[in-house]
Ligand binder design. Structure first.
Ligand code: NAP
Length: 162
């Protein structure tokens, strides 16, 4: 099973602010959908709560929570990441989609990273991606985009593996 982390990060590894994403980048939403559709997505309960339309369509949605009685329609809820990974063992590629707590606990076992590196820093950010030791990773692809009327910042899609 390939464990892939997918995240949009600021220049200081910021990932979120007040329970929300750092900014709106429609091309990143499209990229996220293209890459994750058809694969299971694993997320923390807070990230699930931040999804505007609930469970993501055409993906097996897996949420981890320590709340013993939590049940969510259309979602598999597990009490730990270990439980989630055991249930997902038969899948080819699993996407860890956040948030910060879940990235922190899974970066060490990740085989792939799909980063959207936003060319800005966000002083109000309150959650961060763990430090990435880039020397461990090989860049598979990189695609840069300039800012425009729909995208307030420039950004680069980077795919890495180890
Ligand atoms: N930039 C990006 O690409 C991106 C992606 C995703 C999210 N985000 C942002 O990240 C922020 C949310 O991140 P966060 O770190 O605050 O929360 P989170 O990681 O999404 O969720 C944390 C929750 O997950 C559960 N949890 C964590 N570790 C667990 C474990 N080992 N076993 C069982 N349950 C566990 C707990 O839920 P209970 O409290 O229910 O027990 C915990 O409160 C938001 O601002 C969101 O917008 C950004």
């Amino acid at each position: 099973m390939t464990i892939s982390l997918i995240v949009a990060i600021g220049e200081k590894n910021e990932v979120g602010c007040g329970g929300n994403l750092l900014c709106r980048l429609p091309a990143d939403m499209t990229h996220f959908k293209e890459i994750t559709t058809g694969h299971p997505v694993v997320m923390g309960r807070k990230t699930f709560d931040s999804l505007p339309k609930g469970a993501l369509p055409n993906r097996r949605n897996v949420v981890v929570s320590r709340q013993a009685d939590l049940q969510i329609e259309g979602v598999e809820v597990y009490p730990s990441l270990d439980h989630a990974f055991i249930k997902l063992m038969d899948t080819d590629e699993v996407f860890i989609i956040g948030g910060a707590q879940i990235y922190e606990q899974t970066l060490a076992c990740a085989n792939k990273l799909y980063l959207t590196k936003i060319k800005a820093s966000f002083p109000n950010a309150d959650v961060f991606f763990p430090k990435i030791n880039y020397s461990e990773w090989r860049v598979l692809s990189q695609e840069s985009h300039l800012s425009d009327e729909k995208h307030p910042y420039a950004f680069t899609f980077v795919e890495l593996e180890r």
